[in-house]
Design a protein around this ligand. Structure first.
Ligand code: ZN
Length: 148
């Protein structure tokens, strides 16, 4: 099911710190599947975080090429010293695009939809997308990055 997207820089759910997922219940699985449907339905969408569909939970879905990556309770374990700047947009801020500087490489630990611990190493664009989505879990939007 395609879910409606929360929008606007002052949106309450977007600005909240999202809760950890304690147990991957049927409801959590359904939410994740709906997030996948939502991100697949929009050709311009690359990733989505649960707060963007109105659920203050630490779940992100990243779409890259034809692959879907589900990260539950993602934690950044390692970042490179080197940073790169990439122009980022956001489904929740239509028409806004901001050059954002982030670590070029990151190592992430998370649970997959089966509840297994997974470790992801990402660089360049994918690293930016994952960090952008994790920012959503902490109530951070790209417009906050303008003056950094
Ligand atoms: Zn976003």
């Amino acid at each position: 099911m395609i879910l409606p997207i929360q929008k606007g820089q002052n949106n309450h759910i977007l600005r909240q710190k999202a809760r950890q997922v304690n147990q991957i219940t049927a409801k959590i699985k359904q939410l994740t599947l709906d997030m996948i449907d939502t991100v697949q339905a929009d050709d311009n969408a690359i990733g989505i975080a649960a707060p963007q569909v109105g659920q203050s939970l630490r779940i992100i879905v990243v779409k890259l090429d034809n692959q879907i990556l589900v990260l539950i309770n993602p934690v950044i374990k390692k970042t490179s010293f080197r940073q790169t700047t990439i122009e980022e947009g956001c489904l929740s801020l239509p028409g806004v695009s901001v050059p954002v500087k982030r670590p070029h490489k990151v190592t992430i630990e998370a649970l997959n939809i089966e509840g297994q611990l997974i470790k992801i190493k990402a660089k360049d664009f994918l690293a930016h997308v994952i960090q952008h989505e994790i920012d959503h879990l902490d109530g951070i939007l790209i417009i906050d990055k303008i003056n950094e």
